[in-house]
Design a binder for this molecule. Structure first.
Ligand code: EPZ
Length: 417
């Protein structure tokens, strides 16, 4: 397992360019299965997660390639294709389950290993399967696999018990080729859903309301390939803002979409940070003494759960005490034991954490348990005295493209071993 060794060296300064969104890229790569012809996607970040999705598409008989110009192409010619995805790939990438919708719509039958849970929670797929059933699919489960089959999906009315991002995406993907109209109520409204719908519309799909809590999809006989540039990564944007904040940085982020980061920008301003927001840039100024805040994670447009760990690290070195409530996942405080090793003062009670920012942190040997918990440790290391060694940084490199290089570009003294 590789490590990051980080030694804080003065205030951060510089400019960093934010990559395309991991969580937009994954469903959009799956959308490539919906057309015979070759779609061209740009700004797909080069990550182990996107590479894993590409490998999975190839396994299922699609064409997938990353090109020298940074674009990624996907096509899915009809004819011979596998019906069952390999277990090791689905276990590596939970989002691989997003191929179920397109394959069910295109092939009429698909069998996938049940995606495992992960560090942050059980991650069930009941809402995905309930939606496919409403659309006429026959669902069979057994031996760790789930199979869905249906000659042709029919539009239907689906009410999601929880505004699940993945279920909303999977059902939109399937509904684009169903017969008739599908309505998804209590749908997720994350920006990545609207980006998926924008891409599908370029392929000829007819979708209304994506990005709101009610989505209408009018099914078509077939879709065409398209060219689509995916949105910037709002979680990488928030992560680098929190990094700059902890490192008393004077930092500019380029290639961002500020409108997607409103909940995070509002919290940083509440803490006392001065932000300058342009069309595709955000500048944060150093703030010697910043206040703590209260955070409650909620589906978009609430505060994103994917920024909870990073803000907890920042709150650990803020003035005063803040409360963190994690309402989306049942086990997303994995960063706490590691932050405690660095001297943070955090008390957990169920899904609530009380963060006392009064103590200075000290560098320590810590372990990344999941993607965003790992990011929290990098943030904490910038406000700690002495060297921090972070183990298992493979978690981080799943979701942050060229991470060490970007950190060095704003003055972080980081070595990868
Ligand atoms: C997506 O995961 C993101 N991943 C996650 O980002 C993100 O944290 C999450 O949405 C919430 O915003 C990708 O987009 C690839 P959900 P997803 O379905 O779709 C429950 C990161 O760090 N649920 O919205 O799996 C579930 O248990 C990752 O980039 C059901 O009960 O999230 C959870 O409590 C982590 N039944 C809640 O909904 C279902 O069928 C939210 O899950 C599906 C979900």
């Amino acid at each position: 397992m590789s490590q990051y060794i980080i030694s804080p060296e003065g205030n951060l300064f510089g400019t960093v360019s934010i990559s395309g969104s991991k969580n937009a890229a994954l469903p959009i790569l799956a959308a490539g299965l919906l057309s015979e012809g070759e779609s061209v996607f740009s700004h797909i970040p080069e990550l182990s997660d996107t590479a894993c999705m590409g490998e999975l598409l190839l396994c299922m008989g699609a064409n997938y390639a990353r090109h020298m110009d940074g674009t990624v192409t996907v096509s899915f010619p009809s004819g011979g294709r596998r019906k069952t995805a390999p277990l090791e790939l689905v276990n590596k990438l939970r989002a691989s389950f997003l191929i179920m919708g397109p394959l069910l719509a295109r092939c009429g039958r698909v069998r996938l290993p049940l995606p495992g849970g992960c560090q942050i929670g059980a991650r069930p797929i009941d809402l995905h399967l309930k939606g496919f059933s409403v659309m006429g699919a026959k669902i069979r489960q057994g031996h760790g696999y789930v199979e869905a089959s249906c000659d042709r999906l029919k539009g239907g009315s689906i009410y999601l018990d929880f505004p699940s991002v993945g279920a909303t995406e999977n059902l939109i993907l399937a509904a684009t080729l169903a017969q008739g109209e599908t309505i998804i109520e209590n749908a997720a409204a994350e920006p990545e859903i609207a980006d998926l719908a924008a891409c599908l519309s370029k392929m000829g799909a007819e979708i209304e309301g994506a990005g709101s809590d009610t989505v209408h999809i009018y099914g078509k006989e077939s879709l065409n390939p398209c060219h689509h540039a995916i949105i910037p990564d709002r979680i990488e944007t928030g992560t680098f803002l929190a990094l700059a904040a902890a490192g008393h940085g004077d930092v500019t982020l380029k290639n961002v979409c500020p409108a997607h980061s409103k909940p995070v920008l509002a919290k940083l301003e509440e803490m006392g940070f001065l932000l300058e927001v342009g069309e595709d840039m955000i500048h944060i100024s150093p703030c010697e003494r910043f206040r703590s805040v209260d955070i409650k994670t909620l589906p978009h447009p609430g505060f994103p759960t994917d920024m909870q760990s990073q803000f907890m690290a920042l709150m650990s070195v803020a003035e005063g005490t803040g409360i963190v409530v994690e309402t989306v996942f049942e086990n997303r405080f994995m960063q706490v034991p590691e932050l405690l090793r660095m001297g943070a003062k955090i008390k957990i009670d169920g899904r609530t954490a009380v963060v006392d920012g009064s103590k200075r942190l000290s560098g320590a040997k810590v372990t990344a348990t999941d993607l965003r918990a790992g990011a929290a440790l990098v943030i904490a290391s910038l406000a700690a005295q002495g060297e921090t060694v972070i183990d298992n940084i493979e978690h981080l490199e799943r979701g942050y493209e060229h991470f060490p290089e970007k950190l060095r570009s704003i003055g972080v003294n980081i070595e990868k071993r």
